[in-house]
Design a protein around this ligand. Structure first.
Ligand SMILES: Cc1cc2nc3c(=O)[nH]c(=O)nc-3n(C[C@H](O)[C@H](O)[C@H](O)COP(=O)(O)OP(=O)(O)OC[C@H]3O[C@@H](n4cnc5c(N)ncnc54)[C@H](O)[C@@H]3O)c2cc1C
Length: 516
């Protein structure tokens, strides 16, 4: 008898998307056997990995939390620890934690058309109490792969090759690997970067550091928003409790989307409003034109939000400052800039971004043929052209990731039910429109995205191959529309080894394990 375990659905990754996906599969497809495989020893993904001081969301938590478990606090921005706690509590409350297999890194997945399932290979780390870090290979099969692997490498962040880095006598620390025992009290810190991570780190470090300098090559749009906003207060006061979650999610989603659309339609006007907002927060001697006026239009890159203007407060109080310049070289005592100025530092933090990674580095094959994602279109932003029975959770770049990843999970669950109802064992997106133009998947010009876009799939110029960055439009077609009504998702019947036969085999094995 075949000793390889079979599952109906294999969810890869136990971060925000994987836990949400597991909830939809178990709630909406109670017939399905499923497991969540996670490379690390803990759940939470991003929110477990990143531990730098002050880590927090930059989206509001009303849209970043799951619709099925709304955020019940009043502050819009969540601290990293609160978000991790929320994810752990969600997994425990719905019994999802019992389905997670930690220490399993999926390295390969090969779809067999003949068998009608995926052969999946995982590298399993030996139990942590063993301490050896030894790995072994585990094989399993599944009818459907749901990749929730996020979009970046966990083992390293992006650090440009700055000259002279090895000469620096102080400490260099990347935000992705923040040592919990690093003491920055009374230290001079230079944070390199101007993205969300730098903007979060600076005010937090500045609480106790001697001084924090944010060293940026070019500025970013930064908006200060109240920690608790009037919409939240009004909804909490006026709306019955059971509807508050939906009211806050839709309210915040619509505000964010309207602002995004205004930025696209009238960039000059939005630019003026944003820059004026910064000017109001800072003393007149701060050069807003140099340090806070980006060269791009609002939302060409992700807009950074600072709750209650904490970054501006640190600058006003002289605890932090901003320098816009380029690094010529690191020196033993800090960095020398192209302008000739020097910044002295005890700690340097290259908050220089992530290294993007598609599908968690999994080697994907269809019938033994490697799939190069770079040549493919994404279907509805959740499946890959020509790749059967596989979905992936990819969130929005202009709004909360969860808004899209939850629509994706809901859609996948409906698709699985539809296949079961109609007896289809295979679904594959097929593009028959030769005139379909393609553009990069993520419509932002940020460095970490443009560096990687050649390794990622693309999106088409028209739906369903286009990835909407628009919750309302996606809600209409993904939640309200039929699962296959665009004709691009081709369903076909049972292969040699049917889904139900495979599931039967799985049940038999489970029985065997139980009785062993
Ligand atoms: C510092 C930081 C702050 C952010 N703040 C926001 C925000 O405020 N709002 C927002 O919308 N987005 C934000 N993001 C983006 C954020 O990553 C997503 O919102 C969200 O957390 C992604 O969840 P995920 O589960 O899809 O991916 P991740 O959180 O990256 O989780 C992926 C999981 O998959 C596992 N995995 C990967 N590959 C494999 C494999 N081959 N085999 C097994 N397991 C694998 C990983 O170990 C990880 O646990 C932020 C990102 C960062 C880095």
């Amino acid at each position: 008898m075949n000793s390889v375990e079979h599952l109906d659905v294999l969810i890869i990754g136990a971060g925000l998307s994987g836990i949400g996906a597991a909830h939809h599969v178990q709630a909406d497809c109670p017939w399905a056997t499923y497991a969540v495989v996670e490379a690390r020893d803990d759940l939470g993904g991003t929110w477990d990995l990143f531990r730098y001081p002050g880590i927090r969301s930059d989206s509001d938590m009303f849209t970043f939390s799951y619709p099925f478990r709304p955020w019940d606090r009043d502050r819009s921005i969540g601290a990293g620890a609160e978000i991790l706690e929320y994810l752990c509590d969600t997994a425990a409350e719905f019994g999802i934690d019992r389905h997670i297999r930690f220490g399993h890194r999926i390295i390969a997945a090969d779809w067999s058309t003949e068998d009608g399932y995926w052969r999946v290979t995982a590298e399993r780390t030996a139990d942590s109490d063993d301490g050896s870090g030894r790995t072994e290979t585990v094989e399993l099969t599944c009818s459907f792969v749901f990749s929730c692997t996020g979009y970046y490498r966990y083992d390293r962040g992006h650090v440009p090759d700055f000259p002279g880095m090895e000469d620096f006598a102080g400490t260099i620390v990347h935000p992705q690997h923040w040592p919990q025992d690093l003491d920055h009290d009374g230290q001079r810190v230079v944070v390199i970067g101007s993205g969300a991570t730098a903007i979060t780190l600076v005010p937090s470090l500045a609480d106790t550091a001697a001084h924090v300098t944010m060293l940026q090559r070019s500025p970013t749009y930064i908006a200060s928003l109240p920690g608790t906003n009037p919409l939240t207060r009004a909804v909490r006061r006026l709306v019955p409790r059971r509807w508050q979650g939906a009211a806050l999610r839709w309210g915040h989603a619509l505000i964010t989307q309207t602002f995004f659309k205004l930025s696209r339609r009238w960039p000059a006007a939005v630019r003026r409003v944003l820059i004026e907002g910064v000017r109001r927060e800072l003393p007149p001697d701060v050069d807003v034109a140099t340090h806070f006026t980006p060269r791009y239009d609002p939302w060409d890159q992700r807009l950074c939000v600072v709750p209650d203007g904490d970054l501006f407060a640190a600058i006003r109080e002289g605890r932090a400052s901003v320098v816009t310049d380029r690094i010529e070289t690191f020196t033993p005592t800090g960095v020398r800039l192209e302008s000739g100025d020097e910044l002295e530092a005890d700690i340097i933090v290259p908050a220089t971004g992530l290294e993007m990674l598609f599908l968690g580095g999994i080697e994907l094959c269809v019938d033994g043929e490697p799939v190069d994602p770079a040549g493919r279109l994404t279907y509805k932003g959740l499946m890959l052209e020509g790749v059967p029975n596989m979905a992936m959770a990819v969130g929005y770049t202009n709004a909360s990731w969860t808004l899209k990843s939850d629509l994706t999970s809901d859609y996948v669950a409906r698709l699985l039910n539809h296949m079961r109802r109609t007896g289809a064992a295979k679904c594959v997106p097929v593009n028959r429109d030769a005139s379909m133009a393609s553009v990069p998947l993520f419509g932002l010009s940020s460095g970490y995205i443009t560096r990687a876009q050649e390794r990622f799939p693309r999106q088409g110029s028209r739906f369903p191959w286009q990835m909407h960055q628009d919750y309302v439009a996606d809600y209409r077609v993904m939640r309200r529309g039929g699962v296959t009504d665009d004709g691009a998702l081709v369903l076909s019947g049972a292969p040699k080894t049917s889904l139900s036969a495979a599931a039967r085999r799985s049940a038999e094995q489970t029985q065997e394990v139980r009785s062993a």
